[in-house]
Design a protein around this ligand. Sequence first.
Ligand code: PRP
Length: 206
Amino acid sequence: GHVTVLDHPLIQHKLTIMRNKETSIAGFRRLLREIAHLMCYEVTRDLELELIDIDTPMAPMKSPAIKGKKLVFASILRAGNGLLDGMLDLVPAARVAHIGMYRDHETLEPVEYYFKAPSSLEDRLIIVVDPMLATANSATAAIEKLKERGANNIRFLCLLAAPEGIKRFTEAHPDVPVYTASIDDHLNEKGYIVPGLGDAGDRMYG
Ligand code: PRP
């Protein structure tokens, strides 16, 4: 699997403020949305264009537009919605899948409680978003489910990843490229990313 660390200075700077425990819920939420804009820009930079016919007020012309079916953004709840909001600012016509998943605090196994996706997932680019890739249990399960529904062109976007999660994820889904702002040091015994930023869901929603 291919892993890209998005090292744009604005992304790195905003991430530092998000990691700081003094940053408020309001600040955290706004920063996540801003980072999502920058990450969305990076993760879509290689999309294929095609020329379409339009009429400007002056003349007809052929002008570039993104080729193929509408993108799908798949958010792993809850924290994925923080990234989703920013992604939708840039791609307002994207279709959206919601995948409700929480980690059992004892076993760290993902528990699915909601799944709703657009009916046709085949031959669409699906960008799965979740700020944290810790054990990768949640993301791995979410993507298995999307594949069962026909998804065949998937990318995974997160803010922070643990090396353990990257390893597990790329073994489970070698066809899914990963984009992250940072690969942190390690996972602790409770499955939290260290140094990380704490629990993204709690920092965004309380
Ligand atoms: C967090 C995070 C990911 C998951 C990552 O969600 O947002 O979804 O854990 O961990 P994993 O890679 O070990 O599966 P959490 O279970 O805390 O749910 P929440 O977002 O609803 O708070």
